[in-house]
Design a protein around this ligand. Structure first.
Ligand code: NI
Length: 168
């Protein structure tokens, strides 16, 4: 398995719209395995293919403490949203930055597994937030897009500083 490079804001490639997966072959299984490996190593609770510069609709998630509940969503769609919840979010593409974001509290979603089998599920709390965050990535959207322009500028400045530091 390979650890993939994670793109960081403001990398323009994070703005790419991911395309639906049409062929469920070994190539897809390799991407999914590499994405899980990359997410666990980071460590993070969710990763969208967009973040590793693969522009297909693939998301991996594991919100469990023991890291033993891997969830892979291919061609995912949210079909119902209910309620509102504000919680603190972070993102592997925006390191060391956290902000409170408003999301739906409960969602119903459909997705395909690695074999192309479609399923439907409900999610709430952290899992619902995580799915909404990751699905945004597939549309080229970041959680900081929900912030005020002033806050977004602060994030930009912070990322510039971080990039300089990591080059040294
Ligand atoms: Ni993210």
């Amino acid at each position: 398995m390979t650890i993939l490079d994670i793109l960081h804001f403001p990398d323009i490639r994070l703005r790419t719209q991911a395309k639906p997966v049409k062929q469920f072959d070994n190539g897809i299984k390799t991407i999914v395995a590499d994405m899980f490996e990359t997410m666990y190593k980071a460590p993070g609770i969710g990763l969208a293919a967009t973040q590793v510069n693969i522009h297909q609709q693939i998301v991996v998630i594991d919100i469990s403490k023991e890291k033993n509940q891997p969830l892979c969503l291919i061609n995912p769609k949210i079909t119902e949203k209910e309620g509102l919840e504000i919680s603190e979010e972070g993102c592997l593409s925006v390191p060391e930055y956290y902000a409170e974001i408003k999301r739906a509290e409960r969602i119903t979603f459909t997705a395909m597994d690695q074999n192309g089998q479609r399923f439907e599920k409900e999610a709430d709390e952290l899992l619902a937030v995580c799915i909404q965050h990751e699905l945004d990535h597939l549309k080229g959207k970041l959680f900081i897009d929900y912030l005020s322009p002033l806050k977004q500028q602060r994030v930009r400045n912070k990322m510039k500083k971080l990039a300089k530091k990591s080059k040294k």
